[in-house]
Design a binder for this molecule. Sequence first.
Ligand code: GLU
Length: 608
Amino acid sequence: MRVYIRAWCLAAVAAGFSLLPAGPALASGKQSVAVGAGGAVASDTVPATEAGLAVLRRGGTAADAAVAVASTLGVTDPYVAGIGGGGYFVYYDARTRRVYTLDGRETAPAAVPANLFIDPSTGRPLSFPTAVTSGLSVGVPGTLATWQRALNRWGSFGLAEDLGPAVQVAKNGFAVNATLREQTRENAARFAQFSSTSKLFLPAGGLPRIGSILRNPDLAHTYEQIARHGIGAFYGGAIGDDIVRTVHQLPLAPGATLVPRPGSLSLADLRAYSALDRAPTHVRYRGVDVYSIAPSSSGGSTVGEALNILGNFNLARESRVQALYHYLEASRLAFADRNRYVGDPRFVNVPLSRLLSQPFARQRACLINPTQALASPVAPGDPFALAGGCVPPQPVAVRVGQEGLNTNHFVVADGIGDVVSYTNTIEELGGSGLVVPGRGFLLNNELTDFDFVPSQGTAPDPNLAAAGKRPRSSMSPTIVLRNGRPLLAVGSPGGASIITTVLQILVNRFDFGMSLPAAIAAPRASQRNAASTQAEPAFLNLPTTPGLQSLGERFVINDTSPLDPTITISPQIGAANGLEFLGRGRIEAAGEPERRGGTAAAVLDPGR
Ligand code: GLU
């Protein structure tokens, strides 16, 4: 089958198919739910979803379509994704009936010191905004290497073919929507500091008008060079040279008021990068198998541990207040363990199987007081002392880290049953703020996901910076199997709230019996071992919230920019995309109806 598809596609490419536009506009316009067969995509933007459908239509696998979606998002969702960043790719291969994962996380350059974000002149940590908008924060990007690795393993086409739709969108342009304009507003002051960034994203010196066409010929050209010369053009070639120059000699605009710090990223760092094959995390929950990403992300381990803790309660039979209370408390406890034990496994001995064991979950579950919320920060448990009874660990002074709130998650399924769940990011909205001059893409600030100073009291912190280390992520791209077959794929953006968003969607779906679209749309709350739980305004309006408050839960709405507290941002948590496999080949693609302006779900054959 694949051989046939590949031969057909080589002929198609020879005939110029890669130069075709992505395909006709989604017949139904932008919609957050679609049901049908033959393949499906749910991503943040209509052009990206169309790009994925176009590649599926030509016979590409889910991996091919995922590269088309991701590269198009690099054009249409430029502040959250792109080849200047990294991410985690989870793949269900219908041939082997197994789930595989790729770790495409950015890596600290070889010259990065442990005190990366300590100001040498004061001995104190840099402020978060100062660290973000700098060359210091730029990690070696992993996105392109991830695409190439995914295509080598599971693709039918090559990178050149799969970049085709994105090249067209970058050349022809796309209509600016309210979300992009709003994201530009939140970043306008720092984008204006850099000539390359303001030229691309602040046309005529101001915010782009809604409905105006944004073209990115530089990115089209960059993609074309990669298509022609391979990813070596980036990991060591001319594009790499430009990245290194940007990080060292920041392209400041005339009259810039910031004096951002340069970084140390080198061409040798780019040459040394590889996306890593990793075994997925796996837990059983309510009779299904939940697969996600292992460290260097904390996503799979923390969602998995929280599910295991919740497995000690029968949420479906509890009152909704009790069930949500258990959701919040399980997440609180799992975050304490995440912060203490999870980091890059090449540098830290992460006790992953113990964190995901049932005895450890029981040890943590028994700490949940049925009538009074735990006071955060709660101490981490001891996964090495599994025989212990229900003894609360000694409280320790732990700091709750500050993390970015933006990235993107999308999902793809093809006609033969392969599934992709892929979260990718440049970290903060707008990344480091640095567009590589002449190249059309932003560089990440992923290294700010390291803890700036030790966060675990006298215990070691697994997430301190080191040369060659991958900062701990929260990305949680997930695929759920039932009886060995795909049932669901889901993930979300949102920094550390990614974990709680995925967890809450799974609880909504498997404990509360919601459909996937309802589980995604439901109001969210995110407890991350903090004194107050971050909540959406709609969550506070639920009839269950007073009951949670009477159990000691406290809530806060987060609506200011982490880069500038004078800038108001949307208090929404996450922007998920998912798929549910309904049986008999039918697929439900489900995105956000409203958050981040709504996402774009589509199926290949809506008639079935
Ligand atoms: N840097 C974040 C992480 O890896 C993702 C960015 C975000 O969603 O804010 O967890």
